[in-house]
Design a protein around this ligand. Structure first.
Ligand SMILES: CC(C)(COP(=O)(O)OP(=O)(O)OC[C@H]1O[C@@H](n2cnc3c(N)ncnc32)[C@H](O)[C@@H]1OP(=O)(O)O)[C@@H](O)C(=O)NCCC(=O)NCCS
Length: 151
């Protein structure tokens, strides 16, 4: 069964989840993946908000956010394995992330999304009036769209 799981922050998270999470990152982004060191530090950060998408006991996707400034969290990464993409599963993953962020007192998220794979347009459609700031830019990973969204 597909379900989402919020992971309580712990300095041991990378030991238990890191290899599965990093393998998914590399399977999708290849050479453009976040570095393993950066992901390890993020996933072990006591202030991380990490949500997994699981099929039974296997991780099939994940997303995480870190504090940016008062009341604002930055979504660093969102990935779903190829076999599970385009089935609308992003909705349950992000709803869970946003619920957990609200519980912690956050009111806004920021994030960058890729333009060329259509994800930035999906975010624009999905969040519509909750988007309070957006701009396109050319970043390290090509064409990107920045968003600040009320959660
Ligand atoms: C991009 C990715 C996370 C999208 O997840 P997905 O489950 O495949 O998304 P789907 O295409 O099935 O569903 C998208 C639909 O859900 C909707 N949606 C609902 N909640 C959403 C949310 N919180 N965020 C974005 N879209 C959401 C969208 O509006 C879209 O509907 P539309 O096409 O009618 O506008 C996933 O395909 C993926 O991991 N891709 C590779 C990695 C990647 O590109 N990550 C993002 C880097 S910026």
């Amino acid at each position: 069964m597909i379900h989402v799981e919020f992971i309580t922050p712990s300095s041991l998270n990378w030991n238990t989840l890191g290899s599965q999470i990093y393998n998914i990152e590399v399977s999708i982004f290849g050479e453009e993946s976040l570095s393993e060191e950066m992901m390890r530090d993020d996933i072990n950060d006591p202030e991380v908000t990490l949500v997994l998408l699981k099929k039974d006991e296997s991780i099939v996707g994940f997303t995480y956010a870190l504090p940016e400034s008062g009341g604002v969290a930055r979504i660093v990464d969102t990935v779903i394995i190829k076999e599970r993409q385009s089935k609308g599963l992003i909705s349950m993953l992000m709803t869970c992330l946003e619920t957990e962020l609200r519980k912690k007192g956050y009111e806004y998220v920021t994030r960058d999304a890729m333009v060329d794979n259509g994800y930035a347009d999906k975010i624009t459609r999905n969040y519509s009036s909750r988007i309070i700031e957006t701009r396109d830019f050319i970043g390290e990973w090509g064409k990107q769209r920045y968003f600040k969204i009320r959660i």
